[in-house]
Design a binder for this molecule. Sequence first.
Ligand code: PLP
Length: 389
Amino acid sequence: MLDHDRIRRDTPGASGRVFLDSAGSSLPPTVVLDTAIAHLRREAEIGGYRAANERLDDLAAVKTSIATLIGAQASSIALSDSATRAWTDFFYSVPLSAGDRILLCQAEYASNAISALHRAEVTGATVEVMPSDASGRIDLDALESMLDDRVKLISVVHAPTNGGLINPARAVSDLAHQHGALVLLDACQSIGQLRVDVEELGVDALSATGRKWLRGPRGTGFLYLRPGLASTLHPPALDLHSAEWTDGRTYRMADDATRFEFWECDVAARLALGAAVDYLLELGSDRVEDAVVERADYLRSGLRKVPGVTVRDLGDRKSGIVSFTVDGEDPVAVRDRLAERNVTVTVSHRGSTRLDMTGRGLDAVVRASPHYFVAFAELDTMLAALAGE
Ligand SMILES: *Cc1c(COP(=O)(O)O)cnc(C)c1O
């Protein structure tokens, strides 16, 4: 069991309001905020270089903490400034030529799909979509029949941005690897709420962001690369950190995931990301997942009892993202009406997950994403506000 009292003390932002947007940008624990502010102050006192030098061990520990969280080695982690940066850095480094195939999922995130279409246009590769099964997950039988050795890359969105679905990453990896395809897991919405272990999932690469379920600062994210993979890839761009200028006319790329990192970064944000991951490690991913899923289930069953509300989540096993619509009411109006009652939810529009939303005839859904720090009584408050009580 999580120590809910302590968690609430550590999250002053959660007092006096109902915060249900950890899928968008969560509330940090105090230690995350303090770590960032303390470093910014130190930079203002002695300059950014000396301030960073004082924290070299802590900076190195950020990758170690992330690696511990996902069951990897620190050398397999590249820190970045967003999940999209991490995803595209990897995606644009995978060699593609005319006739090669890229597979996306039905729940694909807009930025990933745009990048895939862009590269297809430039390289002559094709972009295809893996169908979903009746539950809404990637249809594994359909995937198996699509696979051949021209499939170079499969994008799996672990937990989509617009609902509670969880995709079967392990099964996709197993099929993909029989045909030599790489699997890139968009773990943006799973890291920090669900237990994610790269060995268990068998993926080749994974991208994630800091500000969502990890409760870290904005402008942070990371890329994981399977050991041995980084040294086979040419990142879209290099600098004096990802590579070394060895002679006037020669350079050598880093062997590990550092190859995908630039030197300059927001040191305060990185240290704060490390603090966020350490906070999660201390709580335990298993306990966090249980607490999140319990809250999301509670909210879904409450929503089903509110007249006019339809829960829109797909999948058998569900994440902490709860999506719904209200008959005859624009999701934006629902969001704004709840905001007036001090309840924060967001709207996920068709443009973020166009394939899935169009397929289901949805323009937008209300998204409520309760993290473990949310009290059940607060979910009751949200349900009452929604019902207009
Ligand atoms: C938020 C999100 C992203 C993008 O993350 P950024 O940190 O904004 O780049 C990618 N994929 C999914 C599924 C997301 O929900």
